[in-house]
Each structure stands twice: as C-alpha cells, then as structure tokens.
Design a protein around this ligand. Sequence first.
Ligand SMILES: Cc1cc2nc3c(=O)[nH]c(=O)nc-3n(C[C@H](O)[C@H](O)[C@H](O)COP(=O)(O)O)c2cc1C
Length: 193
Amino acid sequence: MNPQAYESLLSLCEQRRSYRQFSPEDTLGEDVVEAILKLASHSPFASGRKNWKIAVVKDRETVCALADAVQEEAQALAAKMEEEPAAFFLNYAKSFTFFRDAPALFIPYCRESATMKSLLRENASAEILQWDRDNLTKSLSCAAMLILLAAESLDLGACYMTGPLLAGKKLNQVLGLAENVLLGAIIPVGHKL
Ligand SMILES: Cc1cc2nc3c(=O)[nH]c(=O)nc-3n(C[C@H](O)[C@H](O)[C@H](O)COP(=O)(O)O)c2cc1C
C-alpha cells in the first residue's frame, strides 16, 4: 500500500477536466513536450508489441490545416443530411475543431497491422479482424489517457478528441503519414487561460 501515491493520483484525476480554450499566442516548450512524451511512453499495449508512436504538431499552419480538413469533412457530411439533422450535426461538429488554437497537438498513432489476418488468412472472420483492430485503438487510448494525466500534472489544459478523426485519411495526408497509419486521437495541450 502506498496511500500517498494513491492520494496524489486521485487528486490529479479529480482535478482533470477536458480543456478546450486555447490561445494561438500560447507556446509549449520542448522540455514540457518531452516530459509528456516520457510519461506516456510507459503506457501498456496489446499484442505484446509496442508499435505506437506519438506525433507532436506545433506548427500553426499544420494545426490549422488539420482543423480545416475536419471542418470540410463535417460540411460534406452535413450536405448529405436533411436540413434539421444537418443543423444539429454541424452544431455538434463544432466540438471537433476546438484544437485549432492549441500550441501543441499530441497524436498517438500506429501502423495498421493485421496480425490475425496474416495468421488466419482466408479463415479470418470479420469478428476476429475487428478484435485485432480494436486492440490497436485500445492501446492508443491508454497512451491518450496518460497524455491527459501528464498534462494535468503540469497544470496544462488538454482534451481527448476523436471527433476530428471523422476526416479519416485526409488527416494522414496533412501529417505526412502513410495511408495505413491509424490515428488514435487528437489531443490539444496548452496553458490554461
Ligand atoms: C473517446 C473520447 C472522444 C472524445 N472526443 C471529443 C471531441 O471530439 N471533442 C471534444 O470537445 N471532446 C471530446 N471528448 C471529451 C469528452 O467530451 C469529455 O471527456 C466528457 O464530456 C467528460 O468531461 P471531462 O473530460 O471534463 O471529465 C472525448 C472524450 C473521449 C473519451
């Protein structure tokens, strides 16, 4: 038993709230970025293979290009809906681009490996392939949670965002990542205003 460790972790978890207000004038030092990455690197992972990485995007142009891609995709989807659901969806989708003004984005990602597909070949069922892919997203999720806790421990604001992923592979293009790379989330991190 280590009650002190428990209490400090509990208070960190109690304090943490999704933070969505960032300033385009804010900057995040490399020491802070490294501290977050160091902590997240201890995340557990499935399949006995740590094949995920975390991209850090600080370049304003790239951050805006990602937000634009998400916004465009939301508009394109809304165009396929009737008026009322489209208005509802576009309002909801505003929460997918809160990261636009953030000084840094942490993006856990991994290569889409199809371990079970290569083992089972034509005998791989849809369920087992889904299980294989879910293991990747769950591993990315664990890393995302540690990024949030690391940010909170440094008194920084952060938000776990998967809404932006609706833009799919367009995000890969902006990030210069291959088609077969799976993004886990976009996590904006910045100083609390
Ligand atoms: C898988 C996942 C995806 C999320 N995606 C978004 C998102 O796209 N945009 C957003 O503003 N918040 C997003 N959130 C944050 C949730 O809205 C937030 O965690 C929830 O409302 C609870 O609030 P709290 O984090 O302050 O405790 C996401 C959270 C999770 C776990």
